[in-house]
Design a protein around this ligand. Structure first.
Ligand code: COA
Length: 195
């Protein structure tokens, strides 16, 4: 059945080129994940806060390699885009920032992020988020990005607000964590730069 609405972003807009590296600022860059990041991903998911809020455990480097393959594959499928937040010099991993549940037709996606404990306290997540938003809105033409965090996750709320994601409401009992169902705070940012 043909759609009566023109796709916001044409199919193929992402996958026709390799996933780009994105500059953030003088300290940070966003680079596509590489197979050599497996050990860093294992270490990141061993952090109790990342394990808690992402409800995932990564057992070993083989499992991390599978996760990295999955993240890389979402670019090809145009269903997601995931970057390692890295220092400008060197290949270390300060965190992850991603778009997931991409709908090119409607020009929307959901943001996800974590930072490793040693990188916290420097607004790494919101600086990385600002770079992803600039790329998504100005270069690709996304219309709306949403962000969901547990109502108990105050640090994530601070990241959302710092990057201009306005609060829109609460999705009640929406996500299952190890300690039960969590109400989720919904934020979103609209691209007002294109009609
Ligand atoms: C949420 C997270 C990504 C923020 O990372 P970051 O950019 O390194 O953030 P910072 O440490 O610079 O803190 C960001 C803000 O949160 C505040 N904050 C940090 N930890 C906090 C806590 N436990 N409770 C309340 N506020 C907190 C900081 O004071 C700062 O506030 P400000 O911007 O008003 O100064 C990081 O804490 C993390 O990875 N947590 C575990 C995984 C997670 O929660 N992912 C998001 C799931 S939705």
């Amino acid at each position: 059945m043909p759609s009566l609405v023109t796709p916001v972003i044409p199919a193929g807009r992402l996958a026709r080129t390799a996933q780009p590296e994105l500059p953030v600022d003088a300290d940070l860059r966003l680079r596509p994940w590489a197979p050599g990041d497996a050990a860093a991903v294992v270490a990141a998911y061993a952090d109790p806060d990342i394990e808690r809020w992402h409800a995932r455990r990564v057992k070993d480097e083989a499992e991390a390699a599978g996760l990295i393959d999955f993240w890389r594959g979402t670019w090809v499928e145009e269903s997601g885009a995931s970057w390692a937040i890295s220092p400008v010099e060197g290949g270390g991993v300060f965190g992850r920032i991603a778009l997931r549940e991409i709908s090119l037709h409607e020009g929307r996606a959901e943001v996800a992020y974590w930072t490793v404990p040693s990188a916290r306290g420097r607004r790494v997540a919101s600086r990385a988020l600002d770079a992803v938003v600039a790329w998504a809105f100005d270069e690709i033409g996304f219309h709306r990005l949403r962000l969901l965090h547990s109502m108990s996750n105050e640090a994530s709320c601070r990241v959302a607000v710092a990057s201009g994601f306005e609060a829109e409401g609460v999705e009640r009992s929406a996500v299952l964590h190890q300690d039960g169902w969590h109400d989720m705070h919904l934020h979103a940012k609209i691209n007002t730069r294109i009609p």
